[in-house]
Design a binder for this molecule. Structure first.
Ligand code: IPD
Ligand code: CA
Length: 268
């Protein structure tokens, strides 16, 4: 990759965040947010502080949307989106499937993204129109698959505790149609792992933009396909993400979209 992108100035900060997340793990303090099962730890907050400080140092006029903070410079046409720790429930339970996402939206279009798998030390990168990379090497989907053999990743929103039945119709339809389902608990890696020839597809309701928008750019640049409930590339307002290897996109999309529980209609 011979280009200079703005995000490259923030690369050391994302690695500093990863180091602090690892250092804080032993005995980490865990708190609940609105839902008892929706967690935040002191490591989420420390990682966020490192990333926000780096962005405001290098790009003081840019906007920032980060999971655990108020939006900064909301009127800017350049906005950094941060998930300082994706997979908080994994992290709180010492399960090493944890990522950091940092990405840039320019005029509402994702243009540059990093997803760092912190325990495997793998950095995924995506640049609009200029490819996807894994630890600096070009990343392309090479996996040949069919819907019957596809490995599908998913996750459930935190209101599953009270509304689990709302999500079962789609889940059951996918279970009946594919080779296997995985729930690994880190949405950014679920999507990057389609680009990385591991998973073949992913869907999730009510995921937040910091969870999957950066990974969606990486996946599309690697040759995959990502849509939201309206059929276009996801935006800040998307309520359903459907991502896949291009080969099964049409079939997978139809399985998900034609099996949505009607209780979700007015929320999509
Ligand atoms: C969560 C993870 C999980 C997904 C949840 C997300 P967080 O993000 O990505 O895989 O199922 O919907 O909220 O809270 O760990 O950043
Ligand atoms: Ca998070």
């Amino acid at each position: 990759m011979n280009h200079d992108f703005d995000i490259h100035l923030l690369k050391s900060a994302i690695y500093d965040s990863a180091s602090s997340i690892k250092e804080l793990r032993e005995g980490v303090q865990v708190f609940s947010k609105q839902h008892e099962v929706d967690l935040v730890t002191e490591a989420d907050l420390k990682s966020e502080e490192i990333l926000i400080n780096a962005i405001t140092k290098h790009y003081p006029n840019d906007g920032i949307i980060s999971e655990e903070s108020e939006t900064i410079n909301p009127d800017s046409n350049r906005t950094w989106i941060i998930d300082p720790l994706d997979g908080t429930v994994n992290y709180a339970n010492n399960i090493p499937q944890v990522a950091i996402t940092l990405m840039l939206l320019e005029n509402n279009q994702p243009t540059q993204a990093y997803v760092l798998d912190i325990y495997k030390d793998v950095l995924y990168e995506g640049y609009k129109g200029q490819g996807a990379y894994k630890n600096g090497e070009e990343l392309k989907i090479l996996k040949s698959t069919t819907m019957q053999k596809a490995i599908v990743a998913t996750g459930f929103p935190y209101d599953r505790v009270h509304n689990s039945s709302h999500y079962m119709k789609t889940f059951e339809a996918v279970l009946q149609s594919c080779g296997g389902v995985r729930r690994f608990g880190t949405a950014a890696l679920d999507v990057c792992w389609i680009a990385d020839n591991k998973f073949d597809a992913y869907f999730e309701f009510f995921i937040k933009p910091w969870d999957t928008l950066g990974a969606s750019l990486i996946l599309e640049e690697a040759g995959g396909k990502v849509i939201d409930q309206n059929g276009g590339f996801p935006s800040l307002d998307s309520n359903l993400i459907i991502a896949s290897n291009n080969l099964i996109h049409q079939e997978f999309k139809e399985i998900v979209l034609s099996n949505i529980d009607e209780s979700l209609d007015n929320r999509l």
